[in-house]
Ligand binder design. Sequence first.
Ligand code: SAM
Length: 396
Amino acid sequence: MSDPILRIAAKGDGLTESGRHVAGAVPGDTVDAAGTITPGPHHIDPPCRHFPQCGGCELQQADDEVLAQFVGERVAFAAESQGLEPGVLSPPHLSPPHTRRRASLHAQRAGAKVVIGFREGGSHRIIDMAECHVLHPALFALVDPLRRLLGHWQGRLAADIQLTLVDQGVAAEIRGIVPDGLAQTEALLDFARDNGLARLSIDEGFGAEPVWEPQPATVTLGGVPVDFPHGAFLQPTQDGEAALLSAAREWTAGAGTIADLFSGLGTFAFVLAGSAKVLAAEADRAAHLACQAAARSNGKAVHSLHRDLFRDPLTAQEISKFDCILLDPPRAGARNQIDMIAQSSASRVVYISCNPQSWARDARRLADAGFRLAELRPVGQFRWSTHVELASLFLR
Ligand SMILES: C[S@@+](CC[C@H](N)C(=O)[O-])C[C@H]1O[C@@H](n2cnc3c(N)ncnc32)[C@H](O)[C@@H]1O
């Protein structure tokens, strides 16, 4: 007998009503006792030749309807798992193909050639990238030139390459190569110049150092160019950032004072600072300093605060001074900071999250402190992956 696939489980398998996990299946497919999948109307041919080996994507066999359903369900189930029902559950936002503006690739010598790409899922093997449907074209355009550059590198090669699209072009950071002599340094400079890089940095094991940066690399946030330090956080797609900003703008409307916690370079702070005074609190020193310098030189009402919000969260008393709290913590969530918000007199909290699990735990605490989950917006910036994000509004 055949079993219909009802939904996609958290790790990407198709799931039947009886709880059977079937790798590679999507809702609308059926699976027989031997595990053979009969594709349904939502099962499509994966666009990329590297799927499913490449660990960069997990769900290329699903059409957009199923992808959006997956993103929406992941967020809705997280809320449900903590007994929370959103007043409004918005339709999911899904980033289009070819829009990922930051990526970590790996390169290694394999015999006579250099392989470069993402790793295979659950393995160290690198899939040699001949095409990619998630990367922004500006990032993908560097894959071949990098392969050629590293192909001439002498000796052992195992490099990690961080690519980020900034205002001036692509900022590239290579860890794991040590330029030895003038010829290798010149090869790096030629590579940076010939490919119009915004910045090329080499990390020899002691932190990234730029070897090429014709102008300071910046990212423009709310119309303000902010210096882009090595390793700083940037929302993975421009349209995903816009979706999160639109929720933040709408939900903070009318607030005269806003605390932007886990603020990074000021993605939210610089957009919200038009009509409100914003405190931007961040633990990463380089990001904090970049935010502070940009606010000062552009006369923005953003006060940048260097603070570890895990160990030293804003106190309930400090929180109570703001009309609205916005937080966007890392994957671990913000347990201690949420406790302080719960104990404060805050009545409006905008919680942006890249992990529905930790968000749900924190959301439960807010609900126990009298907040209601007024609105929930699922966001799928990591298209074709099981990584899901969200924006939420809590009121009391
Ligand atoms: C998901 S990112 C969001 C950044 C920013 N809101 C944005 O959208 O660009 C999380 C931020 O939290 C910062 N962070 C991590 N641990 C922290 C801590 N203990 N205290 C304060 N900030 C922290 C990271 O450096 C990072 O900038």
